[in-house]
Design a protein around this ligand. Sequence first.
Ligand code: SF4
Length: 68
Amino acid sequence: MKQPRLAPLRDRAACGTCEFGEMHESNDTQFYCRRRAPVLVNSGKGAVFPIVDENDWCGDFREEVDAT
Ligand code: SF4
């Protein structure tokens, strides 16, 4: 059976609607990307999850499923 064509990933992916994005506690347009383990940065904070903007995206995007 033929599958319906999806829009290109760049047109439908966004960290704000990704399964791996978790809203930042002090800025609702920024998200922690929880796709992978925290990474070391040179900020003196040790390992942290990357902070991404609501409309950023990457090739690992997975559409969030509404579990309600
Ligand atoms: S960086 Fe990629 S995996 Fe992480 S929240 Fe954004 S789209 Fe999802």
